[in-house]
Design a protein around this ligand. Structure first.
Ligand SMILES: CC(C)(COP(=O)(O)OP(=O)(O)OC[C@H]1O[C@@H](n2cnc3c(N)ncnc32)[C@H](O)[C@@H]1OP(=O)(O)O)[C@@H](O)C(=O)NCCC(=O)NCCS
Length: 167
């Protein structure tokens, strides 16, 4: 698997050359079902272009492609937040896999690769991910990568917050 910033791929590097096509192929109904309501529903080319624009205005998005087929397999969405008081960096992590790639360990590999990269950059701070409580596959992916849901869970919320401190 190759994981890097989604605009940084050369047109011959991935099987689908346009990013809107990549988004349309990944954001299918089963994938967006556990994601924010505003991301659900069908994607036209225009909607996919708007979605790409929104992600770019909010943070950094990485695209994972299969090393064997060059087909897009998933996206990793990163938002960086700095605690003004402590100066601590927090990277908020989100990810989604094309349905065809589910259950093959790719989400685990994607998160593990990202954490290895953070360590190689001497990143000091926290990695945080919010997961709906009933999203067992995603919770397992985070747990296998050493993220923990601590006592900071907000009662009444359906989301569990997982964290890992690095550095
Ligand atoms: C969540 C998602 C990323 C998981 O992808 P994946 O490729 O299936 O993940 P992996 O194969 O790396 O690992 C999944 C783990 O969860 C386990 N799992 C899957 N479904 C499960 C379930 N219903 N209950 C318990 N464990 C489950 C798998 O057995 C595996 O653990 P194991 O390696 O110990 O056997 C993928 O399903 C997806 O993109 N879903 C839609 C978007 C989404 O939910 N994103 C996350 C938002 S927080």
């Amino acid at each position: 698997m190759l994981l890097k910033e989604w605009h940084s791929f050369g047109s011959t590097e991935r099987a689908k050359s346009d990013l809107t096509g990549v988004v349309i192929s990944i954001l299918t109904e089963p994938v967006t079902r556990s994601l924010p309501l505003a991301w659900q529903g069908d994607y036209s080319t225009n909607r996919a272009a708007d979605w790409i624009h929104e992600r770019d205005s909010e943070g950094t998005t990485l695209l994972a492609i299969s090393a064997e087929t060059s087909q897009p397999v998933g996206l990793m969405i990163l938002y960086e937040i700095e605690d003004i008081e402590t100066g601590d960096e927090d990277i908020r992590l989100g990810y989604l896999l094309a349905e065809s790639a589910w259950g093959s360990g790719m989400a685990t590999e994607m998160v593990s690769g990202f954490l290895d990269w953070c360590r190689s950059q001497d990143f000091h701070g926290t990695i945080t991910a919010g997961v709906e409580r009933d999203n067992q596959a995603s919770r397992r992916v985070l747990e296998k990568n050493g993220l923990n849901s601590g006592p900071t869970e907000t009662s009444g919320s359906t989301e569990t917050i997982y964290r890992l401190r690095l550095g």
